[in-house]
Write a protein that binds this ligand. Structure first.
Ligand SMILES: Nc1ncnc2c1ncn2[C@@H]1O[C@H](COP(=O)(O)OP(=O)(O)OP(=O)(O)O)[C@@H](O)[C@H]1O
Ligand SMILES: [Mg+2]
Length: 229
């Protein structure tokens, strides 16, 4: 907010501003960060007070991953970080809130990009196991120290607040992601072999029931037809 007000007062001032478009871009970037911060605080409040409402539907996570990759590709290009995806064609839709699951994926990918220097790689994977669908976001970035790893999902916790602040953020993203995943009946875990060794975040969501068959025990529905040879 201070940055926005500062640049606005420069624009209002008597001295001509040399580069108005970049000044406006700075103001816009800072305003977006403020809006994000307010959204995160409101979400945290809803999650902590148990008033977050999920709009449940069948969610195609392959689509969620692809759109996250497309949307964040320019940020990755600007940082010279390779962004790759691997999608298991056997993955079936999960039952969840599309917007909230997108928020989880974006938080993880944005972190991975933020903490991976130029020349590194961020990978998004979607896999299907027997009863679960897994989303993995891994990077070759700065990694997480063993002492900090158990605290990554705590709100307002950052390994190095000076670097994080440089890149934006106050330490709410992972806490929100964990709450949201758990509201979906899933789990989220963080792995890293240590500082400088990259990080991996794995979200496990219960696989949705197979396409609903007519229930054999429903009052007015016929049972499945049994074909005899
Ligand atoms: N991919 C990663 N590699 C290394 N450290 C990470 C990674 N993801 C998260 N962390 C560490 O965990 C901390 C908490 O992450 P979280 O997403 O909650 O906060 P943030 O990204 O700093 O801020 P915000 O998400 O509110 O913008 C980060 O500040 C960083 O120290
Ligand atoms: Mg974050």
């Amino acid at each position: 907010m201070t940055a926005i007000l500062g640049w606005l007062s420069i624009l209002r001032g008597h001295k001509p501003v040399r580069d108005v478009p970049s000044t406006l871009a700075i103001i816009e970037r800072n305003a977006k960060m403020q809006a994000q911060l307010i959204d995160d605080l409101l979400d945290m409040n809803r999650l902590a007070s148990g008033t977050m409402q999920l709009e449940l539907a069948a969610v195609d996570l392959a689509l969620t991953l692809r759109s996250a990759r497309q949307a964040l590709q320019p940020a990755a290009d600007a940082k010279r970080v390779r962004l790759v995806e691997g999608i298991d064609p056997r993955a079936t839709p999960v039952r969840g809130d599309a917007r909230r699951l997108q928020q989880v994926v974006w938080n993880l990918v944005q972190n991975a990009l933020k903490f991976t220097p130029a020349g590194g790689q961020v990978e998004l994977r979607l896999e299907r196991e027997a009863h679960e669908t897994l989303v993995t976001v891994s990077d070759t970035g700065r990694g997480i120290a063993p002492a900090f790893l158990p605290h990554v999902f705590e709100r307002f916790r950052q390994q190095d607040s000076s670097t994080a602040r440089e890149a934006g953020g106050i330490g709410l993203g992972l806490s929100i992601a964990k709450h949201l995943v758990e509201l979906h009946g899933g789990t989220i875990a963080a792995f890293s072999d240590g500082e400088g060794k990259g990080a991996r975040f794995v979200v496990r969501l219960p696989a949705a029931d197979p396409a609903p068959y007519p229930r054999a025990n429903a009052v007015d529905q016929p049972g499945p037809t049994v074909l005899s040879a």
